[in-house]
Design a protein around this ligand. Sequence first.
Ligand code: DC
Length: 225
Amino acid sequence: MPSNRPLFIVAIDGGAASGKSSTSRALCRRFNFLHVDTGSHYRALTAALLAENTGPEDTARVVAALARLPVGTAVSGNEARITVAGRVIPDAELRAPAVNAAVSGFAAIPELRAALLAYQRGQAAVAEERGFHGLIMEGRDIGSVIFPGAQLRVFLHADPEARARRRALEGQSDSIAERDRRDSTRTTAPLVCPDGAVSIDSTRLTLDEVVGKIAALIGEGMTAR
Ligand code: DC
């Protein structure tokens, strides 16, 4: 049931394997917020485009393919999942090495980002319709471009060694440094710590400690309204 209080929006940005997803999931469970992982949006479109042999270098083909691939949302528990042509793409496909290697290339295409910008802003209405108290959206440009007016904007970072260790523990092969380089240097909506965002270095913090810090900020923000 929609509530009469405005939705509390939290933007969490950071590089690859900076701890955004585990942190956001734990916070959403604690506050009954909807969790939206925008990296999975770029991954889902990448998987769908690769499946039809379209690469990031052929922008005209990417744009034509996007017009044929409607996106939607499936909510399960606290999790909003993107659907592409009516299908939720399984995690194993979203995290496949071919997707890891190509996703930054697709994410640099302005037309693809524009399509996802409208979709991502629309997730606030999804959260409201479903009666969530708030929304946590994680990505690279959430506090800078998607929701610059979010009630709380957080930028998470960690040393490259700590991030590589986290990915290895998840059993994943991922070129974190190369993706970060491409994501930070692209022209449209690069990865940046936006002015006014709370910056947290998680290198020497446990997940519970990071969650605790952000939970305190959400608690303060919600009572101050
Ligand atoms: O968060 P992730 O590692 O799953 O993100 C995958 C890629 O998607 C990342 O390398 C860059 C892109 N991305 C983006 O450009 N903007 C976002 N808001 C989120 C992800």
